[in-house]
Design a protein around this ligand. Structure first.
Ligand SMILES: *Cc1c(COP(=O)(O)O)cnc(C)c1O
Length: 379
């Protein structure tokens, strides 16, 4: 089955009871047993729920994995991965990281004795310099947020294998439409399904996908033991979202290209970060591991003025000023004051998150309307 069919049919079967084409929302916490232990595979909805199970099979299918796990949020999914580790273990992580991931690593898990190294990975060979006998996990986010740096997943995978370390990739920005990390050597793929997989800005959810049975077993144990699951209604919504992932992504990419090109030629814009531009420093790696370049982009205005950037995002009319990304509607954000406010100024500036940086999640509206909106807001 090819990707554009998997989004609709992958891991799905019609409902056994009445043939419903969409899996019913099994809004139940528990399941009747005929005799103790006599059940139909479902006992309690923290452990299993048929609607969630349908979604988890869809996750596995679209990422070319074997096992999918759904969580109450992207961060809950990341939390489950870090719970594989023990005190004293070390993680080599991308430095230009989603702010909430950075907060989870440093504010929650450092105090439990896990050590994180945050490094620039655009040259993936650097990962090896930070690996020692305590290293258990490499955490990669690519494209990164909000700088759209690209990390070579295949190279990271080779380093992980050589040192017998797990490689996890946050695939939220790219989605499996653009890149499939498990095929490139990753052990775990993670998503904030809140973003493109859900795709309609109406649900918060996280996902993990793995191939290895033993690793899946450990993660299912954590999912059930820690309990950060999602409910059946949300599972239904994300399953519905996935069915149009490929058509939405196609338009996100087309609009992303048009806007990146428009901004690149704008006299007031200093720099545009979009991996599809030939001027992007990691364009070649992007071309080798992604099938297109997505709808996320960032730009910096000339003069790097904080207040001017705030004014631009306030003046936008079609783009909504909001956190999050990946929905059908276009969003704009100012990382320094919003998503990355929890990262100290000196830290964020080291990775390029300067005062005037504006991040766009380009939606699937008419491209000319979006360009005109940017034109008037920048003017
Ligand atoms: C949003 C996001 C997360 C966190 O996901 P939630 O669903 O908000 O918990 C993690 N990584 C990336 C890249 C994200 O954009």
């Amino acid at each position: 089955m090819n990707f554009n069919t998997k989004t609709i049919h992958g891991g799905q079967e019609h409902d056994m009871a009445y043939g419903a084409v969409m899996p019913p929302i099994y809004q139940t916490s528990t399941y009747a047993q005929t005799t103790p232990g006599g059940h139909k595979g479902y006992e309690y909805s923290r452990t299993h729920n048929p609607t969630r199970a349908a979604l988890e099979r869809a996750f596995a299918s679209i990422e070319n994995g074997k096992h999918g796990l759904a969580f109450g949020s992207g961060l809950a999914a990341i939390d489950a991965v870090i719970k594989l580790l023990n005190p004293g273990d070390e993680v080599v992580s991308t430095n230009d990281l989603y702010g909430g991931t950075y907060r989870l690593f440093t504010k929650i898990y450092e105090k439990f004795g896990i050590k994180f190294h945050f490094i620039g990975m655009e040259n993936a060979h650097r990962i090896e310099d930070y690996i020692n006998k305590n290293t258990k996990l490499i955490w990669v986010e690519t494209p990164t947020n909000p700088m759209l740096n690209i990390i070579d997943i295949k190279k990271a995978g080779e380093i992980a294998k050589k040192h017998n370390v797990l490689l996890a990739v946050d695939n939220t920005f790219a989605t499996p439409y653009l890149q499939q990390p498990l095929d490139l050597g990753a052990d775990i793929v993670m998503h904030s399904a809140t973003k493109y997989l859900g795709g309609h800005s109406d649900v918060v959810m996280g996902a993990l996908v793995v191939k290895d049975d033993a690793l899946a077993e450990k993660l299912y144990f954590i999912q059930n033991s820690s309990g950060a699951i999602c409910g059946p209604q949300d599972s239904f919504l994300v399953l519905r979202g996935i069915k149009t992932l490929h058509v939405r992504m196609q338009r996100h990419c087309e609009n992303g290209r048009k806007i990146a090109e428009y901004l690149s030629n704008h006299p007031k814009i200093e720099k545009v970060y979009w991996p599809g531009l030939e001027s992007h420093p990691n364009h070649e790696i992007a071309k080798s591991q992604m099938s297109d370049f997505g709808g996320m982009l960032s730009f910096v205005t000339k003069g790097n003025n904080y207040n001017e950037a705030i004014k631009i995002v306030e003046n936008l009319k079609i783009f909504t000023l909001a956190e999050s990304l990946g929905g059908v509607e276009s969003l704009a954000g100012h990382p320094a004051s919003m998503t990355h406010a929890s990262i100290p100024k000196e830290e964020r500036e080291k990775t390029g998150v300067v005062d005037s940086l504006i991040r766009l999640s380009v939606g699937i509206e008419d491209a000319n309307d979006l360009i005109n909106d940017l034109k008037q807001a920048i003017a």
